[in-house]
Design a protein around this ligand. Structure first.
Ligand code: SAH
Length: 221
């Protein structure tokens, strides 16, 4: 086995020891080379269970967090999945091994272009990556069996719930910088949703490109 494979196996054993049981998620994480998604100067740390800088003030999430989110999303082989906040593309790549198709969106062009290049190099052809503001999801390809949001929303966005198929799962960190909880929303029927709190987490914020002005707020005194 090559070094990278040995390191990946060690990373996956660690993730399993931290409580992730889903065999398909663990297998997908053994398959996807995380080193292909980290900055060249951080390659030696590619298989540490830690978030790493990917530039532009953003990070590739900690492997255990990716695994927990994807386990919670209960992704099946026929599923269509949306990931918001593709960043390096690592989580989308793991999802692409679990699902039939992945739609992803990343706000920062420089990161999105690098992610798309990594997908091409690895031959991951079932990922469709868009550049843009994903706070309102991607209605163009909705509905989704699962939506995974990789940055924290201050409030639960209704537009994402609307893009879930019946039975679909939305995994999303909600809260401000100080206090965020990872939630799973399951769409039970057209109008009924179940909401569960999964963990306390810390994600970079989801940034809307054009924040509407707060009602009643005035900039001048
Ligand atoms: N899943 C990524 C983690 C990236 S961190 C990975 O595996 O590497 C979160 C990402 O969300 C950042 O790249 C950030 O640019 C992006 N982001 C923040 N706000 C966004 C928005 N409104 N729409 C799309 N992406 C957004």
């Amino acid at each position: 086995m090559k070094d990278a494979e040995v390191n990946r196996e060690r990373m996956v054993r660690l993730i399993a020891s931290r409580g992730v049981r889903d065999a398909r998620v663990l297998a997908a994480m053994s398959e996807v080379p995380r080193e292909a998604f980290v900055r060249p100067d951080l390659i030696d740390f590619a298989h540490e269970d830690a978030p790493l800088s990917i530039g532009e003030g953003q990070t590739i999430s900690q492997p255990t967090m990716v695994a927990l989110m994807l386990e919670a999303a209960r992704i099946g082989p026929k599923d269509r999945v949306l990931e918001i906040g593709a960043g390096s593309g690592y989580a989308a790549a793991v999802i692409s091994r679990l699902a039939r198709e992945v739609h992803a969106i990343e706000r920062l062009r420089s990161l999105g272009e690098k992610a798309a290049e990594s997908f091409r190099r690895l031959g991951y052809e079932n990922i469709d990556l868009a550049i843009g503001d994903g706070t309102k999801g991607r209605p163009d390809a909705a509905p989704y069996d699962a939506i995974v949001v990789s940055a924290a929303a201050e409030r639960m966005p209704d537009s994402l719930k609307d893009q879930l198929a019946i039975g679909g799962r939305l995994i999303i960190p909600v809260g401000d910088r100080g206090r965020q909880t990872l939630k799973r929303i399951t769409r039970l029927t057209e109008h009924r949703f179940d909401e569960e709190i999964l963990a306390n987490v810390l994600f970079v914020p989801l940034i809307a490109d054009e924040e509407p002005p707060e009602p009643g707020r005035r900039d001048d005194p």
